[in-house]
Design a protein around this ligand. Structure first.
Ligand code: GTP
Ligand code: MG
Length: 335
C-alpha cells in the first residue's frame, strides 16, 4: 500500500463545503417525522402498560441518538422486571397484543442475538424493533446524543459517512461490514483525535452521570451544554474533515496493532486487549471498542473478505475526495 499518500488535501477542498452541508440538511429527519415516532411510542406505551403496568419504554438507536435518517427504523427498549418469566415468553405475548391492535408484519424473533419483536405501524408507516431490558443500548444512545450536542461537525460528518456507507453497501453487519453505531463511534474518535481536538473525551472528565448496568459501570460528564465552545480552536470545515476521515481509514490507521477507543479518547493497543488473534468468530481485523462494554469489539463481524471490501471502499472514498471533480456525486454512487 502506498502509505500516507497525499498528506495535504486538494486546495479547492472548501468548494465542497456547500454541497456537503446541503446533503447533510437533506438527510436530517423533519419535525413531522419526529412527531410520528413519538406518536408510535405513545401508542406502544399504552398497549404495553395495560398488560405490564410497571414496564417502561425507551427509544434507543438512531431515532434517539440524533444520527437518524428519515426512514430509519425505530428501536425501542422495553424495561421491566421479568422475575421468573422467560424473555421469549414476553416477546410472544407482546406480539399477540400488537397483532390484535392491528399493527402489521408483527414477528417475534426469539432466537436472535438480541431477541426482538418487529412490527410496522400502518398509520405512520414506521417500522419498529422492540427488545427487552437492553439498557446498555439506551445508555450508549445517550452518550452519542450528548457528543452530538457539543459540536455540530460531528453530526455533519457522521450523516455523510452513514450515507456513504449505505450507498456503498458497507453498512450491513450480516455481510461482515460495520453497523451505523460503529461508524458513529469512528467519527467521534476521529474528532477527539484532531489537533486541536473538536470533541473531548467525556468518560475522562468529572462524572456527572452514572449508572450501573449488569455490572458495567457507565460514568461520564454529561453537562455538555457547558462544552459549547470546546472545538472552537479548531476551524476545520466539514469538507476538510470528510477528506481527513477517509484519508485516515485508507492510509493512516494501523489495522494490525490499534484499537480505536472513544472511552479513552485515544488509540489503544490490540495486544493490551488480547485482540491480536481470532477467538471463536471474532477476528478483530478492525477494532472499535464499545465505550461501556469494553470487551465488545464492534469490528468483530468483519472477516477476511469484508475487511478487504471495507479498506478498498475507504481508499476509493479517499481518492475521490482528493481528485474527483464532482465528489459529492461520485462518493455516493451505488455500488
Ligand atoms: P440506523 O438504524 O442504521 O439508522 O442506525 P442505528 O444508530 O439505529 O444503528 P444500529 O441499528 O446499528 O444500532 C442500534 C443501537 O444498538 C445502537 O445505536 C446502539 O445503541 C446499540 N448497540 C449496542 N451494541 C451494538 C452492536 O454491537 N451492534 C449494533 N449494531 N448496535 C449495537
Ligand atoms: Mg436502528
Amino acid at each position: 500500500r502506498n502509505h500516507k499518500r497525499h498528506t495535504t488535501c486538494r486546495n479547492d477542498i472548501n468548494m465542497l463545503n456547500a454541497p456537503l452541508l446541503a446533503l447533510f440538511e437533506s438527510l436530517i429527519p423533519s419535525d413531522e417525522e419526529k412527531l410520528k415516532q413519538k406518536q408510535l411510542l405513545t401508542l406502544l406505551e399504552n398497549l404495553v402498560c395495560k398488560e405490564w403496568p410497571n414496564a417502561r419504554l425507551f427509544l434507543y438507536g438512531s431515532c434517539a441518538n440524533s444520527f437518524g435518517f428519515p426512514k430509519s427504523d425505530v428501536d425501542v427498549c422495553l424495561q421491566m422486571d421479568l422475575g421468573d418469566v422467560e424473555k421469549s415468553e414476553v416477546l410472544l405475548k407482546l406480539a399477540k397484543i400488537f397483532e390484535s391492535d392491528n399493527l402489521q408484519n408483527v414477528q417475534a424473533l426469539t432466537r436472535a442475538r438480541v431477541p426482538i419483536v418487529k412490527l410496522m405501524d400502518p398509520v405512520t408507516g414506521i417500522s419498529c424493533d422492540i427488545c427487552i431490558n437492553n439498557v446498555l443500548a439506551v445508555v450508549n444512545t445517550k452518550l452519542l446524543h450528548d457528543y452530538a450536542r457539543i459540536d455540530i461537525r460531528l453530526r455533519q460528518l457522521a450523516f455523510i459517512v452513514k450515507h456513504w456507507a449505505k450507498s456503498r453497501g458497507v453498512n450491513a453487519t450480516y455481510q461482515g461490514t460495520l453497523s451505523s453505531y460503529a461508524y458513529v463511534l469512528m467519527c467521534i474518535h476521529f474528532l477527539q483525535q484532531r489537533r486541536p481536538s473538536i470533541l473531548p473525551c467525556l468518560q475522562r472528565m468529572q462524572v456527572t452521570y452514572y449508572v450501573t448496568v449488569e455490572d458495567v459501570e457507565c460514568a461520564y460528564f454529561d453537562q455538555v451544554e457547558k462544552l459549547q465552545n470546546f472545538g472552537a480552536q479548531n476551524r476545520e470545515s466539514v469538507a476538510q474533515l470528510v477528506w481527513a476521515f477517509f484519508h485516515y481509514w485508507a492510509y493512516c490507521h494501523d489495522y494490525a496493532n490499534d484499537v480505536i477507543s472513544v472511552r479513552t479518547g485515544s488509540m489503544i493497543s490490540k495486544r493490551g486487549k488480547d485482540w491480536t488473534r481470532r477467538v471463536g468468530n471474532d477476528r478483530h481485523l478492525i477494532c472499535i471498542e464499545d465505550p461501556f462494554e469494553v470487551s465488545h469489539d464492534l469490528g468483530r463481524v468483519v472477516d477476511k473478505h469484508s475487511i478487504r471490501v471495507l479498506r478498498e471502499e475507504f481508499e476509493r472514498a479517499a481518492e475521490i475526495m482528493q481528485y474527483d471533480p464532482n465528489p459529492c456525486v461520485t462518493l455516493f454512487e451505488p455500488y
